[in-house]
Design a protein around this ligand. Structure first.
Ligand SMILES: *[C@@H]1O[C@H](CO)[C@@H](O)[C@H](O)[C@H]1NC(C)=O
Length: 500
């Protein structure tokens, strides 16, 4: 189930940022020159990868909208990088294709698009954590293809390397050798796709923090909270260093507004396995400061309780509102999503309500919120419309044989299936024991502990006696009807048998 929650978050995070990229990628007309990106599949993947020191692979699905937005940017980046001094190859794999499923499993692909950086002939695999516009991809990959940690020899070097909007990590050493330095280099290699690293012999070159340090020190610069943190240990193990970086680079409260430099922190917030508290309000409202300070206090007091805190501006939150099925007039709105994906909502709250409500949540006193479309007033078509609020009644309590399609409005295969389901419903219209139904999975919360939805459309069949089956046959009228007849329970007949 954890992976299911993760897919939701991936999709969610993409929703959050579409607005940043949609404008640039609107120019879709130039896909005639789609030739710099190398197309790989199960037959040539390992062979190709083993020949490259540095190759980038996008795992995509043809139906995925964010993949389509990325495609022209990715192609443009591939063409620029093809003439780079260090050869950087960009490739793609259709991971939704049945024959490439093995690759999708091998690389643990849980959402689309997922981009991986493969080094040393594929021996070393890292997640791509860079931007998704052509210029951003080029800049990020050029850096990834170079050394993991750069040397800072002067204050001038430090100024040019350290970006004030980002996490930057510098190792300060008395010499560039020995176990500590080797561990630092290993760490930089391991985390290079996520953070920027440098090393120096003299802390006085650095813009913040003590100018003299005793012994090997890792200094982390960040654009929030205390701005600079030092880490010193007798034994400078990679694991200890990594833990320090993870903790020090997480803001007490992650800010989410239209500022693109905040984006990596927001992505990180949603990538975290922790429960998530999200407060949405209008940052221009006069109550903003009061909310911010109360929320910050609560976040500080909740350290160690495995909850992350995000403060989101109404203006940037349309994606989030759609995802949670909430409205703008509910702000100030506090949402908590727990590790199992359950959601808790407090609408139109006051700054002073934050702490007591969180306490109620922690005590387990709150009822989860379920996103649902409105129950349709008339539901007279052959294929019945199910929403989250009617799912239990129609599918599990009706004592009927129910075929339920989970669809997404944008999904092409679902559109093809629609007239076929209409015909199936028409064939069975006189059979009171069978219901053909559909649910929009993007507008309704689906219980992930019951239904495993890996793509759209997914079709389940619940028999009258409660036997839940996944339909895996062809999407033709004949096959679906066959399946229903083969697996259904004949409740009415059974009942008649009981009559004297
Ligand atoms: C946020 O508040 C400001 C100031 O009250 C107001 O002008 C603006 O329209 C509000 N924004 C939204 C999206 O409601």
């Amino acid at each position: 189930m954890a992976s299911r929650v993760c897919i939701c978050f991936c999709i969610f995070v993409f929703c959050l940022f579409v607005s940043f990229h949609r404008l640039d990628s609107a120019a879709e007309g130039d896909d005639k020159s789609a030739e710099f990106v190398v197309t790989l599949d199960h037959s040539n993947f390992h062979d190709t990868v083993s020949k490259h020191n540095f190759i980038v692979v996008e795992f995509y699905a043809p139906w995925c909208g964010h993949c389509k937005n990325l495609a022209p940017e990715y192609e443009k980046a591939a063409s620029v990088l093809s003439s780079h001094e260090l050869p950087v190859v960009l490739a793609k794999v259709d991971a939704s294709d049945e024959s490439n499923k093995g690759l999708a499993t091998e690389f643990e692909i849980r959402g689309f698009p997922t981009i991986k950086i493969l080094r040393d002939g594929g021996k070393n695999v890292q997640d791509y954590k860079g931007p998704r516009d052509a210029d951003g991809i080029v800049t990020y990959l050029k850096k990834q293809a170079g050394p993991a940690s750069a040397e800072i020899k002067s204050a001038e070097d430090a100024r040019s390397l350290i970006d004030d909007d980002k996490i930057f990590i510098v190792g300060v050493f008395s010499e560039f050798s020995g176990e500590e330095f080797d561990n630092f280099k290993q760490l930089a290699e391991k985390l290079r796709s996520e953070y920027d690293f440098a090393h120096t012999l003299d802390a006085k070159h650095l813009p913040r923090g003590e100018s003299t340090v005793s012994g090997p020190t890792v200094r982390l610069f960040k654009p929030f909270d205390e701005l600079v943190v030092d880490f010193q240990l007798q034994n400078f193990h990679v694991d200890a260093l990594e833990k320090f970086i993870e903790e020090a680079s997480t803001p007490i409260v992650t800010l989410f507004n239209k500022d693109p430099s905040k984006q990596p922190f927001v992505v990180k917030f949603f990538d975290s396995p922790n429960a998530k508290a999200m407060l949405f309000l209008n940052f221009s409202s006069e109550l903003f400061d009061a909310f911010k300070s109360k929320y910050h206090d609560v976040a500080l007091q909740s350290k160690g309780k495995e909850i992350g805190f995000l403060l989101g501006d109404l203006e940037a939150s349309q994606g989030a509102f759609q995802y949670f099925g909430v409205q703008e007039d509910q702000v100030p709105l506090l949402i908590i999503q727990n590790k199992d994906g359950k959601k808790y909502l407090k609408a139109n709250l006051e700054p002073d309500c934050i702490a007591p409500w969180l306490k109620e949540y922690l005590a387990g006193n709150l009822k989860p919120h379920v996103k649902s479309e409105r129950i349709p007033e008339d539901n007279n078509e052959g294929v019945k419309v199910v929403v989250a609020d009617t799912l239990q009644d129609v599918v599990f309590k009706s004592k009927k044989n129910v075929l339920l399609e989970f669809y997404a409005p944008w999904c092409g295969h679902c559109k093809k299936l629609a007239p076929i389901l209409d015909e199936v419903a028409l064939s069975l219209q006189n059979d009171a024991d069978v219901i053909i139904a559909k649910i929009d999975s993007t507008a309704n919360d689906i219980p992930v502990d019951i239904f495993d939805i890996k793509g759209y459309p997914t079709i389940y069949f619940n028999t009258a006696s409660g036997n839940l089956l996944l339909y895996e046959g062809d999407r033709t009228k004949e096959d679906i009807l066959d399946f229903i007849q083969k697996n259904r329970d004949h409740t009415a007949v059974m009942n008649e048998d009981l009559l004297p």
